[in-house]
Ligand binder design. Sequence first.
Ligand code: EPZ
Length: 422
Amino acid sequence: MDYLHIVGGHKLEGKVTISGAKNAALPLIAATIIAKNSVQISNLPNVQDIKTLLKLLYNLGATYTYNQNSSVQIDTTPISSTKATYDIVRTMRASILVLGPLLARFGQCEVSLPGGCAIGQRPIDLHLKALKQMGANISIKSGYVYAEAKKGLQGATIVFDKITVTGTENIIMAAALAKGKTTIINAAKEPEVVQLCEILHQSGVEISGIGGDEIVIHGTAGELLEIKPFSVIPDRIEAGTYLCAGAITQSTITLEKVIPAHLESILIKLQQMGFGILVKNSTITIKPARNIQPIEIITSEYPGFPTDMQAQFMALALLAEGTSIIEERLFENRFMHVAELRRFGANIQLKGNIATIIGPTQLYGADVMATDLRASSALVLAALAAQGASNIHRIYHLDRGYENLENKLNALGAKVTRLQEH
Ligand code: EPZ
């Protein structure tokens, strides 16, 4: 198993190029299941979660080839199996994204139930309820979701009781091939959902309300789509994490290939903390703060402050001159990083879903353990700011979602080495 050895206290400088968004690429790869052609996707991040989903498709019978420039060609026409097995789904919850498209194309499928994970129980009841409303028979047996819609899915009006990103994406893909009109009320508005809608729209599916909380889709009644080549949008969470790396080291760095509009809530919080932000076309430059101000954050759905940036801002708040409050509203157990941050010397009080961070803290290098993807990146940030050396263990979590993390950080002047546990 690999771990990262980080010598903290170094200023960063220069430019970093942001990769394609993992959470946009995952539903888009799943959407190739409802394509009649071989689909070319570029700006694909080279991260473990993407490889896992490609392997899942391969196991179903699809083929894919990597081309140059982070692009992949996926052909799902030879799919012969409709069973997403436990061994893959258990390694990545987002595998549930194949449920909607498999059911829509084949009229039946079996997908292993994704279990809970480090950040919470994460049920899929809303995905299943919506598919039932579209005419699917759904049962759960021996840890698998069995879904059947022999005569095809029917358009329906779906009201999500809670905003769900992958739930919305699953239903958008299912609705694209359903008969008639589907209206999704209380849909997720994340840029990743928007890109999925746009690509399906460009592939001939009639979709309106893109980017809003009510999406209307007229399905093709089973006809597969001609999906043209496209490029994945930049990763706003990777971008936010690098902005925090610049901030926590009080450095000036520039992010390239970003969509600044997707980062608005993050940029506002950084400005409130006193950091300079310069936006120019597809670049963002962050500059040091004179005094780092404490912050109040409540996570929420897009365009609110993303839960996927909560841990990184907690690391940053450790250096703020005063008391910061962070409230996690999306996941019930997304504070696993608190115990690890305390190893660096953090003073954090936890009460339910509210963390009170008392700064400023002098951080000292420590041995810490990554617990989930974004929690891990918070540990890397704390290590960059800490005095002395740190070891971040179990970094397979980081490899799921951050492309080339140590190389990108080292190119900015950090001292990060990937080593192997004995
Ligand atoms: C997506 O997860 C992201 N994953 C997560 O990113 C992200 O944290 C999350 O959205 C919130 O923004 C992908 O896009 C692949 P939800 P998702 O369904 O879709 C509850 C990362 O680090 N809920 O929007 O699984 C749920 O428990 C990952 O990259 C139900 O109750 O999240 C949660 O409290 C981690 N029933 C809330 O809704 C359901 O059927 C929002 O979850 C579905 C969800």
